[in-house]
Design a protein around this ligand. Structure first.
Ligand SMILES: Cc1cc2nc3c(=O)[nH]c(=O)nc-3n(C[C@H](O)[C@H](O)[C@H](O)COP(=O)(O)OP(=O)(O)OC[C@H]3O[C@@H](n4cnc5c(N)ncnc54)[C@H](O)[C@@H]3O)c2cc1C
Length: 292
């Protein structure tokens, strides 16, 4: 399949990309790793009149730890983050989640920022961003703004990006000491999108009880969702199997999965329950090692 014809412009700075977006508005599309956009163009699901390539913008592929957060710039590739010592030491759940995206060839080109802007409800990186209460930094003709993840992911492939905005960074606040985390998913074949994915973080208090739990699920709604009732139930409980089982049951009740060709609504709900229970147990065991 070949895409519909389009014009091409290589932006040399974020400002130039914003100017081009302002000029062409909905007729334009930004190109990052191309791993979602190019297949969509080839299938003619997306027909931009002009493609604005971000890949020639220098010095926008960094990964930093600053002010208690991991900041990932817009051209950082998924594979770079997956292999980054900084990520593995400070936010290992991000590397764990990325390792489950597609195949390494896709991760070598795909960016973390592009994944969030694409906003596939089954995607791993948005779920991790949501679980740590992260945010997306946007630059547009009106200036800069930081949008919290819960306001950024609006629905099925929909975000808060305005037509003239470029997403420049993802900001993942680092979890407090005593936190263990786990990302689990189930896909029908290796490399497929997950049917359900779960990001779980458990922070243990000095008495061994759960001081804080965070659960974000992918594949169970139009955007990734936080299981806030399960989180509230788990807070203050002892970190033991009965609590994980009840937390998982609550999480499976508060989500609103849809049936599709991959799985029925009931199957997704049951899968979510199983994965949440396992992810909580793994996160808590990792938190115990962290505290010890
Ligand atoms: C076979 C295959 C399997 C895959 N499996 C998975 C999977 O299991 N899990 C998963 O999460 N993903 C999967 N992907 C998608 C992959 O992760 C993509 O890399 C990712 O979704 C998009 O990142 P990208 O950098 O390639 O963005 P692009 O494809 O270049 O862009 C995607 C969208 O985001 C917009 N965009 C990109 N960058 C910016 C920016 N800086 N500011 C504003 N808008 C921007 C583009 O305009 C476009 O609309 C798969 C892809 C393929 C081809």
């Amino acid at each position: 399949m070949k895409p519909a014809s389009f014009r091409y412009a290589a932006a040399r700075s974020v400002t130039e990309a914003v100017d081009l977006l302002s000029e062409h508005s909905d007729a334009a599309k930004l190109l990052a790793g191309g791993q979602s956009l190019v297949p969509m163009m080839n299938l003619r699901l997306s027909r931009p009149e002009i493609l604005i390539d971000l890949n020639r913008i220098p010095q926008k592929d960094g990964i930093y730890v600053e002010r208690g957060a991991l900041r990932v710039e817009m051209l950082a590739r998924q594979r770079s983050a997956e292999r980054s010592e900084l990520v593995r030491a400070n936010l290992p759940i991000l590397a764990e989640a990325i390792s489950q995206i597609g195949h390494s060839q896709i991760r070598s080109r795909g960016t973390l920022v592009g994944s969030c802007c694409h906003a596939d409800p089954s995607a791993e990186i948005p779920a991790v961003l949501a679980a740590v209460d992260g945010s997306v930094r946007l630059e547009g003709s009106q200036g800069l703004r930081d949008v919290p993840s819960q306001d950024f992911f609006l629905g099925f492939f929909q975000t808060a990006l305005a037509p003239d905005e470029v997403a420049t960074d993802l900001v993942f606040p680092l979890p407090p000491a005593g936190t263990g985390a786990s990302f689990l998913e189930f896909a029908r074949r290796h490399g497929d999108f997950a049917i359900v994915g779960v990001a779980a973080l458990v922070t243990l208090g000095s008495d061994g009880s759960i001081a804080r739990a965070a659960l974000a699920l992918a594949g169970v709604g139009p955007a990734c969702v936080r299981a806030s009732q399960a989180e509230a139930f788990l807070t203050g409980k002892r970190a033991e199997p009965t609590a994980f089982a009840e937390g998982a049951r609550l999480a499976s009740q508060e989500i609103e999965p849809q049936s599709d060709v991959q799985a029925s609504e009931g199957y997704r709900r049951e899968l979510a329950r199983t994965l949440v229970e396992r992810a909580l147990a793994t996160a808590a065991a990792r938190a115990v090692r962290e505290v010890a």
